[in-house]
Design a protein around this ligand. Structure first.
Ligand SMILES: CC(C)(COP(=O)(O)OP(=O)(O)OC[C@H]1O[C@@H](n2cnc3c(N)ncnc32)[C@H](O)[C@@H]1OP(=O)(O)O)[C@@H](O)C(=O)NCCC(=O)NCCS
Length: 321
């Protein structure tokens, strides 16, 4: 039976979130967050999203995400797609991903990326059968805030002392009165993101995209923790709180290169966790590249336990003869 692709609109964001949540219930997607993302697409990127129909029924979703070609020297594009559980078998998933790939190829990329979670053998097999090779792994973690409460409390107290001794102020974004704070946090984040291990090059994020990111429904300025040393913004860590469904998780942690190794990230992460505990949150998730040694060490030492991560796959596109 042929799959038909219909262009998605922000009104389809709920269906999109429902499909991913039904197919992979351990990673629920928040419809409100998804709708916001569709309504505020990052400016440096091109998105295509489709609702996939078969025999008159919406059975899944498909997507392409890539940088604006003018932004990059390597033209890389990412494809994705998912099916409702009743339709989720190898042949249909392969048909879906092959059609997305065909559409991606029409935009002349040099390399295509796809991803499968570590507990999703079906997708991994389909991608391998389509010629994708494993590239890199991301680690995901979960922290039990009930069982680890004492550890986090003690670590927070020690971190507060350490920050005080070093003259580093730790506060939430809503408390900061510097009119330049947002620009400072943005440029510090842009510097830090270059230190995240990756195969495909990072695409620079314009300041307006950073503002849109801070305005996600799950983000709150009184829950964005920042570190200041004098006039400088030297760190940020933030937990995102899903509106409708999902698990509270780290949206981003970064510190300025000038303060690395001094406990600033630990101090910031501790504050986000203490706040979550005070809100009655019982567990939080985080994720990072599998070769990002400082954050791997930090997460393990804070009591996070690994949960299934993500595997990225790549496929080179042959150049036309
Ligand atoms: C990851 C990052 C936030 C850590 O910031 P930081 O302020 O240096 O962190 P801290 O000083 O609180 O802790 C770093 C810990 O990692 C350890 N560490 C540093 N490099 C390490 C390495 N190569 N291998 C193992 N551990 C390492 C430090 O010794 C320290 O541990 P300790 O407290 O037990 O001594 C910072 O490196 C960064 O901004 N990186 C780029 C952005 C990023 O990767 N963000 C996170 C993932 S998305």
């Amino acid at each position: 039976m042929t799959l038909l692709f219909r262009e998605g609109t922000p009104d389809d964001a709920r269906f999109w979130a429902d499909v991913y949540t039904a197919a992979q219930p351990i990673r629920p997607i928040d419809p409100a967050e998804m709708q916001y993302l569709w309504e505020h697409p990052p400016r440096s990127r091109v998105f295509h999203r489709w609702i996939v129909r078969r025999d008159g029924t919406d059975v899944g979703v498909a997507s392409i995400e890539r940088p604006e070609w003018a932004q990059v020297t390597l033209r890389h594009t990412s494809i994705g797609g998912e099916l409702l559980p009743a339709y989720r078998e190898a042949a249909t998933l392969r048909d879906l991903l092959s059609e997305v790939e065909r559409r991606a190829l029409a935009e002349s990329p040099a390399i295509i990326r796809a991803a499968a979670n570590e507990d999703d053998d079906l997708r991994a097999q389909v991608l391998r059968s389509m010629g994708y090779r494993e590239d890199r792994r991301s680690r995901r973690w979960e922290l039990d805030l009930v069982a680890e409460r004492d550890r986090i409390t003690a670590m927070t107290e020690a971190s507060r002392d350490r920050m005080r001794e070093r003259g580093i102020r730790v506060l939430t974004l809503d408390q900061d009165r510097d009119p330049e704070i947002l620009r400072k946090l943005w440029s510090m984040s842009e510097e830090a993101v270059k230190d995240v291990p990756t195969t495909l090059p990072h695409v620079e994020e314009p300041f307006e995209d950073f503002l849109d990111w801070l305005a996600f429904p799950g983000m709150h300025r009184d829950r964005v923790w920042i570190a200041r040393r004098g006039d400088e913004a030297v760190g940020i860590s933030v937990l995102e709180y899903p509106v409708e469904r999902g698990i509270v998780g780290t949206a981003w942690t970064a510190t300025a290169r000038s303060v690395r190794g001094q406990g600033v990230a630990r101090a910031l992460k501790c504050e986000t966790l203490m706040q979550a505990i005070a809100f009655g949150v019982d567990r939080v998730r985080t994720g990072n590249d599998g070769q990002n040694e400082p954050i791997l060490h930090l997460n393990a030492s804070m009591g996070y336990r690994p949960v299934p991560g993500r595997v990225d796959y790549l496929k080179d596109v042959p150049r036309p003869a």
